[in-house]
Design a protein around this ligand. Sequence first.
Ligand code: ADP
Length: 606
Amino acid sequence: MKTYLRILRYAKPVGLLAPQYLVYTILEIIFGIINFAMMIPLLNVLFRIENIETYEYPDFSISIDYLKGLFYYYFSSIIEEKGQFSALYLICGLVVASTIIANLFKYLSNIILAMVRINVITNLRTTFFERLMSFDLKYFSSSRRGDVIARGTSDILEIENSVVSSFTVLLKDPLKIISLFTVLFWMNAQLTLYTLILLPVSGLLISQLVKKLRKSATRMQNTLGEIGNVLDETIGGMRVVKAFGAESYLKKKFRNKVDRYAKYNFTIAKIYNLAPPTSETFGAITLGLLLLIGGQMIFNNESSMEAADFIGFIVLFSQILAPAKSLANGFSNINKGIASGERVFHLIDEDTAILSKPDGKDCDAINDGITFNDVSFAYEEKDVLKNINFKIPKGKVVALVGPSGGGKSTIADLVPRFYDPYQGEILLDGTNLKDFKTESLRKAMGIVTQESILFHDTIYNNISFGNPHATFEEVTEAAKVANAHEFIEKLEKGYETEIGERGAKLSGGQRQRLSIARAVLKNPPIMILDEATSALDSESEKLVQEAIYNLMQNRTTLVIAHRLSTIQNADEILVIKEGEIIQRGSHESLMEDGGLYKKLTDMQSF
Ligand code: ADP
């Protein structure tokens, strides 16, 4: 129920929708009942014409009796004055009119329902995405993409379906049932009480079914997430899959998940389809009981009810069966939706967001530099960085070198606050990074990573990414600084060339130069570079090196160096091993010291 109410809270802005919905629904129900209540005078007209009673004008009161009296007063006078055909015409006219009006209100109330549903889904999707964007990178490395995507798509779709049915279930159907029961009670209280005997039994049965359904629905949605994971990994690693002939392994893995999904799906189908027949069966039993008891009453003249009233009673009772069935159905649906709702909220409630201080400082320029004060960090339990101390003074270059897995990328990720250290602090111009607005902080930094993340879009849009107001001149200028302009010009469509998923249509060096161009265009005072030249041919490497050199000019730079030859001019070099700085200094002093740096340099020059 908590999850359900939480979903409903996303319906904002509700405003006048709720009262409007209520009014339309009530009118729809009233006209619906009038429609069937017409049966009684109709039967009277058809079968009991000779001895139609003349009704007195009723005394005014707010009651069904008054309305009925009024109706019969006019109705009997019409029969008396104009004959039975006129009365028949009148009834038929009223039946058609009340049906049309009831349907008009049904339409209006459904439109409101649609508005609420659309509100819920729009707000939920937006919140989901916004939350996702605020998570730190730790979240994305520990959860599987396919599952996150499933939560954002199919789970939200499931919620959408449940929300729609839920309004009918929680409001319209009970309202319909209560109104019909009220009329039935008024017509014949004793008979109506009989109909209530079987109600609790059927309700109990259905609630048991619904509970079972929720469990299976959760399992099914989880499996759907797993299917997404396999799909994501397979598509992402297709080259490796093919190279290693892993197709049959993956097919089997996928088939396993799909089979599990099918199993849960079938369980759900069995339960889901059991609810409506259950309620219908109970409805039919009750109806049979009614006919039996009511019929006997009439045969024995035990009741004041006329045969026409009794038939009207039965017709009205049969109208309860449809909303009762849809109520059962709706409850099953809601529970499927709640299972999905829990999955979505689980992600929304995830507590790994890097919060930006709303009243934090803006980071416009850099005056002093970036300082790491006794910083320690762990992804899980094990420390990845231990007591790191260093400073990148304004306009200087600090380079990180060392064996892979030492913690260099982690240090680089702490500067834009992709993660926060659990101990120590990182200062920018003497202010803790946490005291800045995170967006403003990141705006001041350019990041070129090893993977050079590009998007399935044109070259132009990839360079101007995050900088939508850049002019064409600025974009080409940035491409020139990044040594990318020349190769872009040679492409058939130039800057409008689509580069494929993750830049698949470009070479490694070209991809890198595009990311560099993007950073140049952003023109930030701080640069974080993960230099990846190892996979490039020497011509490409030279171009990338040059581009990086251009990029570092007049900026405060942290660079992760793989080719030691490129950082010999760095102002300070830190040698990182197993999360600690084991050597530091200029290239010359480190070479003199001997140790790991000299060993690595010697190995590379060899
Ligand atoms: P380097 O850049 O020097 O190669 P990293 O900073 O990438 O080193 O990694 C340092 C250590 O942290 C490694 O032991 C690595 O396995 C671990 N590590 C890196 N990223 C994650 C992550 N997202 N989750 C858990 N452990 C990680």
